[in-house]
Each structure stands twice: as structure tokens, then as C-alpha cells.
Design a protein around this ligand. Structure first.
Ligand SMILES: Cc1ncc(COP(=O)(O)O)c(C=O)c1O
Length: 383
């Protein structure tokens, strides 16, 4: 069994810790332990400091599951807590790995979407989010790719890295299609509910609703992106089908037994105060995206982009069509980290995460702007 190299995380590991301006990160603004504890009641803080460092329950701590169920508007028994959305993906692809099975996935997509099923010997089929189509989900293409051996269709909305979103009507249509063929519909919603409809009112108008409302869909979500507490390593699945839930529960008892208890308690505090935590992510994303939009129009001769409809990342490209790795390397030398598009098999693109930074974001864009000008001046000279 072979796992292909995780190019994105290799790139991030090489640069992320020493860089002055990190525009490669895909999360919202960071929180300290102190800040999260300041959102807790006195009783929650006491419980946190005195809790026993033992295994938690495999389905997740009761209080956390209840808080998640409240946000997702589902019953508590549909909630399975996992060690990040990463573990949810591992569980789902593991269970899909039957002889002759195929899965339908977005391209570009979060790299484990392809690496996990490929390593398990599952046939992978890709639908494209193309810039020529404004990164829209093409439902006809998705449906054409499916056949009677399709075990799972995955959508990720808001999408990493493009910021594309699927509309409620599109999700309903896909749900009907998959349910009638007994294909599992997986909705990766780690960027929900961060939306930027001000840029795309003509298409979708409003935010998309969670797939948790759909009886045959499986939702995966986490505390790493819209809830930007990636250090708590906590995620969740919403599953209405009790038979599938038993399989998830069994798989996770093998993979990780339970979550880390401190992470679960911090996640519960953040979930119960989600108005504040999600509010900060949305506010930072909205403010920074406005600045990014004017940056992009200023540098339109060198950089193309489609404004994200949701989430915390954009996927611009070099208008010249060249591979962006050298561009990203040179930008990193000037103190600005971007992520090269070849990590997603889209070499002329790069990912720009616009919501991890708060006060320093304008300075990051100013530095990137100087770099882009010098890069394009050097390229004109070469031509
Ligand atoms: C779309 C998507 N899904 C899942 C994950 C996994 O995140 P985590 O394991 O931190 O929940 C990520 C992380 O970048 C992601 O971008």
C-alpha cells in the first residue's frame, strides 16, 4: 500500500514556521487557550481544569455531541465525534474500499480526497471545478461519472481551495440522485457557514444550508477552519443512518479509540459560544476579502482570480499560464507564503488563504504587491 507524498503539507512544513506573512494557511484567525477559556462559564473552567485525563467515549463526549446537534439541528444520536475531519475521511474511504468500487471526487480537491482512496485500491473519478466555468459544480458531469459501482460522491462546499459553493437546489438534486442509486453522498463542510454572497448575488444569493437537513447525506465538519481551533484536533460526522453509524463507531474505536478529552472540552466551549467564534471568522474573512479584491484588480495584468463564494481560501492563477512554483518560492523569499498549485495538479494556480491573519493582513498584501510588480517587471524584461 502506497500513500503518495502530501506535497501541500511538505511545502507548508518547509516554510510555515519562519515566514513573516502566512497567506498559505487555510484557517480562520487563531485563538489562544486563554481566549477560549475566557468564553467559558466559571463551572466549565473548573470542569476543564479538573477533568480526568482518561479516554473519552468513542462516539464523543456527551456535552460536545449535544452542542454539535444543536448547531446542526439534528438529534444527538446522529453525531459521531472524530479526531478532525481527517479521521472522518479515513473512516469513509476505508469503508468504501470494496473490490471494484469507485468514488467520485472534486478536482482540484483537498489532497487526502484522492490519496486515501488511491492507497486503498479504490478507483477514483474526478469532476472538475474549472476557472472557465467560474469554479461551479457541474452536476451533469458528477452524475455522468457515477455508475452502479460508485460507492460515494464527495462534495466540499465551501470548497478548498477555490471557494466555490454548491447551492441548496443543487445539493437537493444530488441528494435525490444518490439516494435513488444507494450511493453515499458525503458533504465536507469544514468551511460552513462562512459565505461571501456579496460577490455573487446573481448566482446563489445567500449562504448554503448544511446537508445535515438531508436524510441520506453524510456531513463531515470540524473545529479547524470556520471554527479555527485546529490544535484541538476535533471534528464530527452527522449520519442519519443507524447502520452506517455503527460502522463509523467501530472503525474509530480501531483508529483512535476516542478523542483527546481536553480538545473535546475546548471544542464544546467554542461550539456553545459559536456566535462569537464564527462571528470573528466571518468578520475577518469579509474585511480581508474586500482588501484582496482591490489588490487583485490592481494586479489584473499578472494575476487572474474568481472571488470565492465561501470559505477562507482563493485560487488565483498566473495570467502567463506558467507553473506558479517558482513564483511561490520567490514570494516566500520576500516573506510571503502562498501555496503552489501543483499541490492540486493545477500548476498555474496558487492558493491564497485570506483569513488567518487579522491586523497584519494589509501589510502582507502590500509586501505581496511589491513582489508581484518586481516579478512581472522581470518577466517583461525576459520576454
Ligand atoms: C476540505 C477539508 N477537509 C478536511 C480537512 C481536514 O481537517 P482537520 O483534520 O483539521 O479537521 C481539511 C484540512 O485542511 C480540509 O481543507
Amino acid at each position: 500500500m502506497q500513500l503518495k507524498p502530501f506535497l501541500l503539507d511538505m511545502w507548508l512544513a518547509a516554510y510555515e514556521h519562519d515566514i513573516e506573512f502566512n497567506l498559505a494557511a487555510s484557517e480562520g484567525p487563531r485563538w489562544t487557550l486563554n481566549e477560549i477559556l475566557s468564553l467559558a462559564s466559571e463551572q466549565q473552567r473548573e470542569r476543564f481544569l479538573n477533568h480526568k485525563l482518561a479516554y473519552s467515549r468513542p462516539a464523543g463526549a456527551d456535552g460536545l455531541r449535544a452542542a454539535i446537534a444543536d448547531m446542526q439541528d439534528v438529534s444527538v444520536d446522529t453525531v459521531q465525534v472524530v479526531t478532525g475531519a481527517s479521521e472522518a475521511l479515513l473512516v469513509l474511504f476505508w469503508l468504501a474500499a470494496e473490490a471494484g468500487a469507485n468514488v467520485v471526487l472534486p478536482q482540484p480537491g483537498y489532497p487526502p480526497f484522492s490519496a486515501l482512496p488511491e492507497s486503498l485500491g479504490i478507483e477514483t473519478r474526478y469532476y472538475s471545478l474549472r476557472k472557465e466555468n467560474e469554479f461551479r459544480f457541474d452536476l451533469d458531469e458528477i452524475k455522468r461519472l457515477a455508475d452502479r459501482n460508485t460507492k460515494l460522491i464527495l462534495v466540499n462546499s465551501p470548497h478548498n481551495p477555490t471557494g466555490a459553493t454548491i447551492s441548496d437546489a443543487e445539493l437537493d438534486s444530488l441528494h435525490e440522485f444518490t439516494a435513488s442509486r444507494e450511493i453515499q453522498l458525503v458533504s465536507d463542510e469544514v468551511y460552513h457557514p462562512i459565505y461571501h454572497s456579496q460577490y455573487h448575488v446573481q448566482y446563489h444569493g445567500q449562504a448554503t444550508r448544511s446537508a445535515s437537513r438531508l436524510p441520506h447525506a453524510t456531513v463531515i465538519h470540524d473545529f479547524s477552519k470556520a471554527f479555527p481551533l485546529s490544535g484541538v484536533r476535533t471534528g464530527w460526522m452527522i449520519e442519519h443512518d443507524p447502520k452506517r453509524r455503527e460502522l463509523y463507531w467501530n472503525a474509530r474505536t480501531y483508529f483512535s479509540i476516542s478523542n483527546n478529552t481536553a480538545g473535546e472540552m475546548l471544542a464544546e466551549i467554542a461550539m456553545r459560544r459559536r456566535d462569537i467564534v464564527l462571528g470573528k471568522t466571518q468578520e475577518t474573512a469579509t474585511r480581508n476579502l474586500r482588501q484582496l479584491a482591490s489588490f487583485m484588480s490592481e494586479h489584473g495584468e499578472t494575476l487572474g482570480w474568481i472571488p470565492p463564494r465561501g470559505g477562507l481560501t482563493a485560487f488565483p492563477w498566473l495570467v502567463s499560464g506558467e507553473n506558479s512554483r517558482a513564483f511561490c518560492q520567490a514570494a516566500a523569499e520576500q516573506g510571503v507564503l502562498l501555496a503552489p498549485g501543483d499541490c492540486w495538479d493545477a500548476p498555474s494556480h496558487f492558493r491564497l488563504g485570506f483569513a488567518a491573519m487579522t491586523d497584519k493582513f494589509p501589510a502582507a498584501l502590500a509586501r505581496l504587491g511589491e513582489f508581484v510588480k518586481s516579478w512581472s517587471a522581470a518577466n517583461v524584461t525576459k520576454a
